[in-house]
Ligand binder design. Structure first.
Ligand code: FE2
Ligand code: FE2
Length: 173
């Protein structure tokens, strides 16, 4: 009984933490979250059953969590740029699983496509541009050049791995 309660408490705490992160995200990037193209990315597949929109939300959430951990160590980074860059890091706006010559070598070229698309709709800071353009390092040669871009690069790798493993497990089941 006691164990059940503590599990429930744990779940409630996690749900509350998630709500707080989502609030932070909305306060930094409500315009992106409500935009037609960002919403449209829910129809594009990223890993298995995870859409590009869900993946981008998870990367932004994970980046905020890393930021909080770094803050406890006295290391600061810019929250607004971190969130906006994370939400737009895969703003390539197509399904890369669909065979098309414009999607060739997706892994190498989609950061540039995402940046070009994002710049059509938003005025981006240098940090935000760096986050989008460098997030595929080390597949692409230039490493991130600011703390925020390093955080999103790490969060993206972590979330991608988690999405892939989770889906493999479901497929194997
Ligand atoms: Fe990407
Ligand atoms: Fe990504």
């Amino acid at each position: 009984m006691g164990k059940k309660e503590s599990l429930q408490e744990k779940r409630q705490k996690m749900a509350e933490k998630r709500r707080r992160l989502r609030r932070r995200m909305r306060s930094c990037a409500q315009d992106i979250l409500c935009s037609p193209n960002f919403r449209r990315s829910a129809a594009f597949c990223q890993h298995g059953r995870i859409s590009v929109r869900s993946h981008s939300l998870m990367v932004a959430e994970c980046s905020l969590q890393i930021r909080q951990k770094l803050l406890r160590l006295g290391i600061e980074c810019r929250e607004r740029e971190l969130v906006r860059g994370a939400l737009l890091h895969d703003y390539f706006l197509y399904d890369w699983h669909v065979k098309d010559k414009t999607h060739r070598l997706h892994g190498f070229f989609h950061p540039g496509t995402a940046l070009a698309n994002a710049q059509k709709e938003y005025v981006l800071s240098e940090r935000e541009k760096n986050i989008i353009l460098r997030h595929m390092w080390p597949l692409t040669p230039c490493p991130p050049a600011c703390r925020e871009a390093w955080i999103v690069t790490a969060a993206d790798k972590y979330c991608s791995l988690r999405e892939t493993l989770f889906l493999r497990r479901r497929r194997d089941a």
